[in-house]
Design a protein. Structure first.
Ligand code: PEP
Ligand code: MN
Length: 362
């Protein structure tokens, strides 16, 4: 398994769940024959958020997967959520394991898995936790690495949120980007199936992952998605998967001299503009300080809602006229406005200093 092949993304595909012997053999045969898939996935223990859904076929599925893998000469992977799963999967001869989002959210479970993995050299894929907490993901990777496992790979599968958007799990790309900075040597893949929750946006998210220079994709693929026992809305047929993979543009981190020259020129411009932007922000916050001093003197409230609504409206219109998305302008202004309110409160409430905010790291 070469997880860092700059020419070709590493592809994991297969059903959400192993259902029957026939289903496992059929999907393994089709995906192996495509020549595009590096590793077959299927869950035999399914951690479902609510009871009453299909919770996996259990131990027997391991045997189907291992036999199908041998028959079609392809490696197979399954999800583990406790020490017992690890022992059974390894004993059955499963080639690689992954730890799911719900399990990564619980450090006790991750540690139990790490302890059970000691002495083995099985590759382990680690999804992000369901909630957007980078440190849970980092912690899980550290625990598994500390157990002596050398081949650890991260899988970005999006983050659950209360508000329902077009995605089942929001991609929040800045979180996997932070992970790449923390672990430059740990390959990272994307699971567009669990991000999207339906098949419609999978190609878009898959391409975006490759554009972010991710190392591979895990994509749920089922011989008959409509009748799948779990996650039926998001599974592709083998032909759909093949189509998708053939249409992905695998960009390279090109570094030939003329590319580098053009990029350097453009990056110089970006650097200059960023410097202007930072200077401009610093000036803006000097004005914020003057405003705060005045509000303190006159005993005025920090937030004046009409003024804030007016700013938003005007800036959105100005941005739009210059080709900037309204949502982007709103988000950006909200960040600036939050900082401005915080700064004003600090100045106005001195010496009480009620607004010292610290990032907690448990
Ligand atoms: C899965 O891969 O089928 C799964 C349950 O994924 P996640 O842990 O990302 O929800
Ligand atoms: Mn699934």
């Amino acid at each position: 398994m070469n997880l860092r092949d700059p020419k070709k993304p590493f592809i994991i595909a297969g059903p959400c769940s192993a259902e029957t012997e026939e289903q496992v053999f059929s999907i393994t045969q089709k995906l192996a024959a495509s020549g595009l898939v590096d590793l077959i996935r299927a869950g035999v223990w399914k951690p479902r958020t609510r009871p009453g859904n299909f919770e996996g076929i259990g131990h027997i599925g391991l045997d189907w997967m291992v036999r199908a893998g041998k028959e079609y000469n392809i490696k197979v992977a399954t999800e583990v959520a406790n020490a017992n799963h690890v022992e059974e999967a390894l004993k059955a001869g499963i080639d690689a394991l992954w730890i799911g989002a719900r399990t990564v959210s619980n450090p006790f479970s991750v540690q139990e898995i790490a302890d059970a993995l000691k002495g083995s050299n099985v590759p382990v894929f680690i999804k992000n936790a369901i909630n957007p907490d980078l440190n849970l993901w980092v912690g899980a990777i550290e625990r598994i690495q500390n157990s002596g496992i050398k081949k650890v790979t991260a899988i970005h599968r999006g983050f659950s949120s209360y508000q329902k958007t077009r995605y089942r799990n929001e991609p929040l790309w800045n979180i996997p980007i932070r992970l790449m900075q923390i672990f430059p040597d740990v390959p990272i893949m994307c699971d567009p199936s669990h991000i999207c929750g339906n098949t419609e946006y999978i190609p878009y998210i898959a391409q975006q992952a490759l554009d972010m220079n991710m190392d591979g994709l895990m994509i749920e693929t089922h011989p008959d998605p409509e009748n799948a026992w779990s996650d039926k809305e998001q599974q592709l047929t083998p032909n759909e998967l093949i189509d998708l993979l053939n249409n992905l543009n695998n960009r390279v981190q090109s570094n030939n001299e003329s590319d580098q020259y053009i990029l350097d020129e453009l990056r110089l411009k970006i650097d200059e503009l960023d410097e202007l932007m930072v200077n401009c922000l610093a000036k803006r916050f000097q004005v914020v300080e003057d405003i705060a001093a005045f509000k303190k003197h006159r005993n005025l409230t920090v937030l004046q809602i009409n003024r804030w609504s007016e700013i938003l409206q005007q800036r959105v219109a100005e941005g739009k006229a210059l080709g900037l998305r309204a949502e982007f302008i709103v988000e950006l202004l909200e960040i600036i406005h939050n900082e401005s309110v915080l700064k004003q409160s600090q100045i106005i409430n001195q010496p009480h200093q009620v607004n010292k905010i610290q990032t907690k790291n448990h």
